[in-house]
Design a protein around this ligand. Structure first.
Ligand SMILES: Cc1cc2nc3c(=O)[nH]c(=O)nc-3n(C[C@H](O)[C@H](O)[C@H](O)COP(=O)(O)OP(=O)(O)OC[C@H]3O[C@@H](n4cnc5c(N)ncnc54)[C@H](O)[C@@H]3O)c2cc1C
Length: 435
């Protein structure tokens, strides 16, 4: 009898992690992606696991649910986490990576694995069984059509925006300063301070600036967690000063004072030449980005390595379609993983790939699905995608999704740490079942 082979469609974060979890359990994998021959409007590189916008995988602290999720994945030998830890660039309490090194490591590990076969080509139909579909928020139109025809499916499209990246040596460091908020980490961020007058002038220019037309775009269809900076500004003159431009935890060394507002730029590559404008995802027209963002002290002559863009975000009505193991209910081993399931963000997408890969491997080994407990970050995502929800929306991991602890702990940080301790114990206890 020939060995069962799994099919993984999509070599993004979720698909790579799913393939890896199958391979490390001895299941041979065919990994298929339409890249490099055909690319979505946001993908530019030929490698696997491309980070299409920010290079940040968010917090790396256990007091934060994104930090907990990453630690759970490390404990389960995640390929994405191995790559991230190797490609890390300084970013305060966050885990940010050099995207080329990150993608390069994953591509080499997978292509070098004797159990993996890579096939280039667009999938246009749904596979029948023993497959993971991880084609992301920009799933090609033909496959989107096939997915939309699944029973109980509503074809949902939302819109997200991506932030621009500028060249470091084009930032005026006579005006900007290096620091991390609250002094966490080294001086990892470039900070552009604004006084009140500059802030208000910038605000007026921003809300009046011309945006690029996006077919089918409506303001109400923007995902809250990825709101374009100009849309957020329209909520009120101080919205940015309390949002992405908040100055708390930062002191301008030239004045010895906290500025009125601060734009932070985070390092985007290991060679320290690219910086992204944190929280400045936008759909302004490119010349408007140069003009309006150039009003920020330090960015007057900034050269843009990449402008911000608006993009479609396709996701399933997962609670109708999927079980907590990410398998299509009633199917013969057809799984979805990644952002297309309605988990939101790089690390959540990779975590769902981990889960789908593990579950398909268990199935192919004739074992029952494993139940990730709701006290873990991974388990909380499994529960989120599979629990009835009238208004199902893309969702980041958060302590709000994870089971609360019974004991009373007054301080929030300590409470979060306690939740993390229990979650990691839950993962350790589950490991023998996942082997
Ligand atoms: C422009 C943009 C900016 C974003 N910014 C951020 C951010 O800053 N931070 C964050 O956490 N998340 C961001 N996201 C969300 C991000 O896409 C996800 O977090 C993550 O990349 C999703 O991983 P994935 O594996 O599900 O999909 P992807 O990483 O998109 O991978 C999907 C893969 O499937 C392939 N594919 C698609 N259709 C087919 C087909 N029919 N046949 C074969 N292959 C196919 C694609 O080529 C791609 O390689 C952004 C998304 C976009 C589009």
């Amino acid at each position: 009898m020939s060995e069962p082979r799994a099919l993984v469609i999509g070599a993004g974060l979720a698909g790579c992690e799913a393939a890896w979890q199958l391979l490390r359990r001895g299941i041979p994998v065919t990994l298929r992606d339409m890249k490099p021959g055909k690319k979505s409007p946001a993908h530019v590189s030929d490698g696997f696991a491309e980070l299409v916008c920010s290079n940040s995988l968010r917090s790396d602290r256990l007091q934060n649910a994104a930090g907990l999720l990453k630690e759970e994945m490390r404990r389960l030998d995640s390929l994405i986490m191995r790559a991230a830890d190797r490609a890390r660039v300084p970013a305060g309490g966050a885990l940010a990576v050099d995207r080329e090194l990150f993608s390069g490591y994953i591509t080499e590990e997978l292509l070098g694995h004797p159990g993996l076969r890579f096939e280039e080509g667009e999938a246009t139909e749904l596979p029948g069984a023993n497959a993971v579909i991880a084609t992301g928020p920009l799933t090609s139109d033909a496959l989107s059509g096939a997915i939309a025809a699944l029973p109980g499916m509503k074809d949902l499209h939302f819109y997200d925006a991506a932030a621009p990246i500028v060249l470091k040596d084009s930032i005026d460091m006579d005006k900007a300063f290096l620091a991390s908020r609250y002094g966490r980490g080294e001086d990892d961020y470039i900070n552009c301070p604004m006084d009140e007058e500059t802030y208000r002038a910038f605000y007026r220019a921003l809300i009046a600036a011309e945006t690029a037309p996006v077919h089918g775009f409506e303001e109400s269809k923007v995902f809250e967690g990825c709101m374009p900076v100009e849309s957020m500004a329209r909520r009120g003159e101080m919205a940015l000063a309390f949002g992405p431009l908040k100055p708390v935890g930062l002191v301008d060394p030239r004045t010895g004072k906290r500025p009125f507002a601060v734009l932070q730029l985070r390092r985007d590559d290991a060679s320290d030449s690219l910086y992204n404008l944190v929280g400045f995802q936008t759909r302004l027209k490119f010349p408007e980005q140069k003009r309006v963002f150039g009003m920020i002290p330090g960015l007057e002559h900034a050269e843009f390595a990449r402008y911000g863009v608006m993009h479609r975000n396709t996701f399933l009505n997962a609670p109708e379609l999927l079980g907590p193991d990410f398998m299509v209910k009633g199917s013969e081993g057809l799984y979805f993983a990644g952002q297309i399931t309605g988990v939101e963000g790089y690390i959540e997408s990779a975590a769902s790939g981990l889960c789908a890969g593990v579950q398909l491997a268990l199935r192919l080994r004739g074992k029952a699905p494993a139940a990730f407990p709701g006290s873990t970050a991974i388990g909380s995502l499994c529960r989120y995608v599979s629990t009835f929800n009238r208004n199902y929306q893309p969702m980041h991991v958060s302590f709000g999704l994870i089971d609360p602890i019974q004991e009373k702990v007054r301080r929030k940080e300590e409470r979060c740490l306690r939740v993390s301790e229990l979650a990691l114990a839950g993962i350790e206890a589950l490991k023998p079942q996942l082997a």
